[in-house]
Design a protein around this ligand. Structure first.
Ligand SMILES: C[S@@+](CC[C@H](N)C(=O)[O-])C[C@H]1O[C@@H](n2cnc3c(N)ncnc32)[C@H](O)[C@@H]1O
Length: 302
């Protein structure tokens, strides 16, 4: 089976660090926050080492837990907002072909991480100018991306448009703490003010402050969660913010602190809001994972 044809054709082709990158016009994109895209370019230039073991463990346990193998095996897949391409790599091992798209300079990092994945094609493009005709892909996924885009509903629709009827769309959007108590919500509201300040700063100050937060906020909370888990109090551990990171490497923790506090545009949604967005985009048979990260869900195109 041939790769899916580009529509329109790329305006240029550049040599990345490992693979060719097809470039599409992003200056006419309207559903994009350029400060956020720039910030991700810087973030992924700093955090670009993910071992295969780390990728397999995190992807299979935390994002693809609700994906049946046959939905991606030997299929044509599109990854919207691929970043470093870590989840593209996970899927490329199973799929027939993967098109990975990102508007930031992270796409150059992805070309490095994916240098030996011959079934991957990389494009620099935005969700609102995905360079493919509609109804072409069997599986589309967008993990941790659409909440960084001004109109999340429109962006989701633009992803679903690229699916064939009967294809599946997997999405992860930041939750609005709708399944947590007031303690979590209070911490979030306070930390959101910190994010608004830090995300407006320049590098290297921004990165340094995020690293400091990883050490003085993340590590103590994660250690507390780890202690409760160790003595068998798993339910108590789950009440500790950031317990999700128990067992994760410090690289993942620093990366997520940078993601959490360094990104200018961030939106959050409840499970009901996400379900409604998915339904409005033309998805049915929607399944939400009850595992973290919240919320990730999958739906089938009608
Ligand atoms: C938190 S990162 C997630 C990257 C990757 N999916 C992952 O989980 O590792 C968000 C990504 O969305 C990309 N992004 C931001 N605006 C976008 C847009 N308008 N269209 C497509 N991707 C976008 C950013 O460049 C960034 O790489």
């Amino acid at each position: 089976m041939e790769p899916i044809a580009f529509k329109p054709e790329p305006h240029s082709v550049t040599q990345g660090n490992g693979r060719v990158i097809y470039n599409f016009d992003i200056e006419f994109s309207t559903n994009i926050d350029t400060a956020t895209v720039e910030s991700f370019g810087e973030e992924w230039t700093k955090f670009n080492h993910f071992s295969d073991q780390e990728i397999e463990a995190i992807a299979s346990e935390h994002y693809f837990d609700i994906v049946k193998p046959e939905w991606i095996e030997n299929k044509q897949v599109l990854d919207v907002g691929c970043g470093t391409g870590r989840w593209t790599k996970f899927v490329a091992k199973r799929a027939l072909r993967v098109d990975a798209v990102d508007p930031s300079k992270a796409i150059e990092i992805a070309s490095m991480l994916l240098f030996d994945c011959d079934n991957v094609r990389l494009s620099r493009a935005s969700v609102d100018n995905l360079p493919f005709a509609d109804s072409n892909f069997d599986f589309v996924f967008s993990l941790g991306v659409l909440h960084h885009i001004p109109d999340t509903q429109l962006a989701m629709q633009q992803c679903v448009n690229k699916l064939k009827p009967g294809g599946y769309f997997l999405v992860y959007l930041y939750y609005r703490f709708d399944n947590k108590g007031s303690w979590f919500k209070l911490i979030f509201y306070l930390s959101n003010y910190v994010r608004k300040v830090i995300s407006g700063l320049r590098e290297p100050v921004k990165n340094t402050l995020c690293d400091i937060l990883a050490v003085i906020v993340y590590l103590p909370l994660i250690f507390t969660g780890w202690c409760f888990k160790k003595v068998g109090l798993k339910a108590v551990a789950r009440q500790i913010p950031l317990h999700f990171y128990v067992g994760k490497t410090f690289n993942v923790i620093r990366n997520d602190a940078r993601d959490r506090f360094g990104t200018p545009l961030e939106q959050r949604f409840t499970k009901d809001e996400i379900r409604r967005m998915m339904e409005r985009s033309g998805l049915t048979d929607i399944i939400f994972s009850e595992q973290e990260p919240y919320w990730h869900a999958i739906g089938k195109k009608k």
